[in-house]
Ligand binder design. Structure first.
Ligand code: GAP
Length: 440
């Protein structure tokens, strides 16, 4: 499928079916930004909710926060981002195009105009978006849009400890937007300037970091499986390539249609952040072990997941084509847990009030399990199924004359059609309800 332009197919389906639109499209777009449409935001929320449920709500050792995007700039000085959150930038002296030096196929040739020897020396370009708080536009009013959600977690470490007195190990989690002035945003929602992250900072006793690292490693693989991401590969990041705060990093990579690239990261951030914020703020960020009365700075394991890259990997894993009933079709094999629409109910004919009324009753019954039960009575039944296939709806339910008792032995039964196989079965509404409930 890769040779047939899988990426183009995904981008086109995402636009056509209301998952992802280019940002500010009617004005020609804005590089590195995308907007999520109705099915996209549903899919994204389902992924985020599953993550939150799995890693926050279902655990006693996790605490959620939602910190401000704008933070005191001292946060980013202490964290090392003002000095070091940069990418190497080169500019072509001929066409003035700018590139990331470490992404060039040939460092001597400008990828835009093709001239040789025009790219010049690389300089470090800081990727944080800078703006001003309040009416003054001077340096003392400068603030940054956060480049990672982690900063909002570290500055709330003391607050969470003071409010909840958690025992180590424990974690603080956050989902939210982050901003990076990427030199070359690209590959749809893979490399964005406005992105979203799901991050955990998991605080441990210094001697226990390895066990926690292994534990999170396993949990990240399990989450990938849970949301239907196929074949995640690990890359042990070498000494020269890790972020400034990390002593060990594993990149979780995915085979995107444009190559194997980083999906998520798992890092051992040591006590780098808490110690740096303690020095810079003057607040004590040490932890007092009530049992041993020992005071120390906890170490940190950080599983960091980009929401947009996750959604793209989910789409790429789910996209499938086959032949059904002599016609080719494209469909999304989304896990029912995250599918934007869980089931579609439809009357066989929309001009038969008795079918419509029964179908509406069935829909209301199924909505007791989940609100995302769609209604479609447009066009023929085959077309309705295809539309749902394309957005990954796992089940379609059709109400026909047999439901109303045309063949008395079938009274009250409906057709349940399965997305992946197109197989249909005749079931009672309560059997359908049970099947959907089990799948969610
Ligand atoms: N707090 C650690 C941190 O931010 P990172 O490796 O720079 O580490 C974590 O980013 C994750 O955020 C990445 O693995 C990726 O999923 C996502 N991410 C990073 N930059 C991104 C970008 N420009 N566009 C979309 N997602 C991005």
């Amino acid at each position: 499928m890769a040779e047939m332009g899988l990426m183009e197919k995904i981008v086109s389906l995402a636009k056509r079916r209301g998952f992802v639109y280019p940002g500010s499209e009617i004005y020609g777009g804005l590089a590195g930004t995308y907007d999520y449409g109705p099915h996209g935001v549903a899919l994204k929320n389902n992924i985020k909710n599953l993550w939150w449920k799995t890693f926050v709500e279902a655990r006693d050792d996790m605490y959620g926060v939602d910190a401000a995007i704008l933070m005191n700039p001292k946060v980013w000085e202490a964290s090392g981002h003002v000095a070091g959150f940069s990418d190497p930038l080169v500019e072509c002296s001929n066409c003035k195009s700018r590139f990331r030096a470490d992404h060039l196929a040939d460092p001597d040739t400008c990828p835009s105009c093709g001239k040789k020897g025009t790219l010049g020396e690389a300089r470090q370009f800081n990727m944080m978006f800078k703006t001003h708080a309040g009416a003054a536009e001077n340096e003392s009013a400068a603030v940054y849009l956060r480049p990672e959600t982690a900063g909002g977690i570290f500055v709330n470490f003391k607050n969470v400890v003071d409010s909840f007195h958690p025992k180590l190990p424990f974690g603080i989690a956050q989902i939210g937007k982050a901003f990076r002035n990427e030199i070359a945003p690209r590959d749809f929602i893979f490399r964005l300037r406005e992105l979203e992250q799901m991050e955990v900072e998991y605080f441990v006793k210094p001697a226990e970091w390895e066990g926690a690292f292994e534990d999170w490693r396993g949990r990240m693989h399990a989450f990938a499986k849970d949301i239907g991401i196929n074949s995640v590969h690990e890359l042990e990041v070498g000494d020269g390539d890790r972020a400034h705060y990390s002593k060990r990093t594993i990149d979780f990579e995915f085979d995107y249609p444009f190559g194997r690239k980083e999906l998520w990261g798992l890092a051992y951030r040591t006590d780098f952040d808490l110690s740096a914020h303690e020095r810079a703020s003057g607040a004590s960020l040490q932890y007092l072990d009530e049992e041993t009365k020992e005071k120390f700075t906890p170490h940190v394991i950080e599983p960091s997941l980009g929401v947009d890259r996750t959604l793209l990997a989910v789409l790429a894993s789910a996209y499938a084509e086959d032949e059904l009933g002599g016609e080719s079709r494209a469909y999304l094999k989304l896990s029912p847990k995250i599918a934007p629409v869980k089931a579609m109910v439809s009357p066989l004919l929309k001009n038969k009030p008795e079918l419509v009324e029964k179908a509406r009753d069935v829909r209301e019954e199924l909505r007791k399990i989940h609100p995302a039960i769609a209604w479609d009575d447009n066009g023929n039944i085959g077309k309705r199924y295809r539309r749902q296939d394309e957005i990954g709806t796992p089940f379609c339910i059709t109400i026909d004359f047999d439901t109303l008792g045309e063949h008395p032995e079938l009274l009250g039964t409906v057709t349940l059609r399965h997305r992946d196989t197109g197989a249909q079965e005749r079931l009672t509404v309560s059997e359908v309800r049970q099947k959907i409930e089990e799948a969610l």
